[in-house]
Design a protein around this ligand. Structure first.
Ligand code: FO1
Length: 325
């Protein structure tokens, strides 16, 4: 079986690690392969280095190098480089760059500077983290540099656009967001392999990633939404909300910015034109979607550890086998 998934950072990476565990421990499914299409709207250039937070969270989580407590960045990390940058008064200091993590950004920036595409660079990074050996292909959604910006209310001064990371990390999504603008997205082309991976999959999954600034951004890449509408594979999504609240992150603030209610029903509604199955938590079992073609199922969605997450993935795959595509 070949599974294609669209993913953001922490939630998507943890779900996919559980999925890989489920496949590896289920007789007959061990040879299944996975293509992961990663959001790159979170990307940012800092200190001259290209940082791709969602790609790196996927690499480190699936490759066994993630800082489990944070959900992003490297395990056993130190911050000597950042301390040195601070001593020079270099900004920004609100974004924590660990020493091991800096190695990834340096090599990525070097390879990009030598003319490699983000897809090629990501494939080289994935090789170091052992993803191909696990049957996992990691693709950036596009090779075109794109960046999500948040238009915030600046009081008397009106509106101001800031980089997504500044809004998310520095302000913890506390500045009221009016809208998201993704610089470069309208001119971006899907990265090589992205559209084919959706069209040729046996199953397409939407992990419980942020529906606005992760999955929503991938859906904005020209051709992706059409590929999802046109694929013959069943498309199953997992709600990122439990009882109207994200387990982590600020999906509720993102949904408020686009005028969508923070409910499993409203999030499922964002995907209703291509979704076949929608998995919600038992706390949201009363969820109904306006689109009659999407079947709604419920099962525990708390990704408390790898085995619990593997059970969620198993449930999603069972739904994929039952819903009409
Ligand atoms: N998230 C934070 O909350 N604070 C940080 O200082 C921070 C640094 C950081 C460095 C590298 C990286 O790959 C990710 C990092 N993140 C940090 C996480 C990340 O920026 C966000 O959670 C995502 O972009 C949202 O998906």
């Amino acid at each position: 079986m070949h599974i294609t998934a669209l993913a953001g950072g922490v939630g998507g990476a943890r779900f996919l690690r559980g999925l890989r565990h489920h496949l590896d421990t289920t007789p007959g499914l061990e040879d299944s392969t996975l293509t992961v299409i990663a959001n790159t709207g979170d990307d940012i250039t800092l200190f001259g280095l290209r940082v791709c937070p969602d790609v790196d969270t996927l690499l480190y989580t699936l490759g066994g190098g993630i800082h489990e407590g944070q959900g992003w960045g490297r395990a056993e990390e130190s911050h000597r480089v950042q301390a040195e940058l601070a001593a020079y008064g270099a900004e920004p200091q609100w974004f924590a760059l660990g020493d091991l993590d800096v190695g990834t950004h340096v090599v990525r920036s070097q390879w990009l500077g030598q003319g490699a595409s983000l897809s090629e660079v990501t494939a080289r990074l994935a090789a170091r983290w052992g993803l191909p050996e696990q049957g996992i292909e990691l693709l950036p959604m596009t090779d075109t540099p794109v960046e999500t910006h948040v238009v915030v209310d600046d009081g008397a001064d009106g509106e101001r656009a800031i980089h997504f990371q500044e809004w998310w990390v520095r302000h913890q999504a506390s500045l009221p967001a009016r809208r998201f603008v993704v610089a470069g997205l309208d001119r971006a082309a899907a990265a090589p392999g992205v559209l084919d991976a959706i069209r040729r999959a046996d199953v397409v999954l939407l992990p419980p990633s942020n529906p606005v600034v992760s999955i929503g951004i991938i859906l904005g890449v020209p051709g992706v939404r059409d590929a999802l509408r046109g694929t013959s594979a069943p498309v199953v999504g997992i709600s990122p909300l439990i009882s109207g609240r994200p387990v982590r992150g600020h999906a509720d603030a993102c949904l408020a910015a686009i005028g969508v209610e923070a409910t499993a029903a409203a999030v499922g509604g964002l995907y209703a034109d291509f979704l076949d199955g929608w998995l919600v938590d038992p706390d949201d079992a009363d969820t109904t979607l306006r689109s009659a073609r999407v079947e709604v199922f419920d099962g525990p969605l708390l990704m408390s550890d790898v085995p619990a997450t593997a059970r969620i993935a198993e449930h999603a795959l069972r739904l994929a086998a039952t819903v009409p595509a």
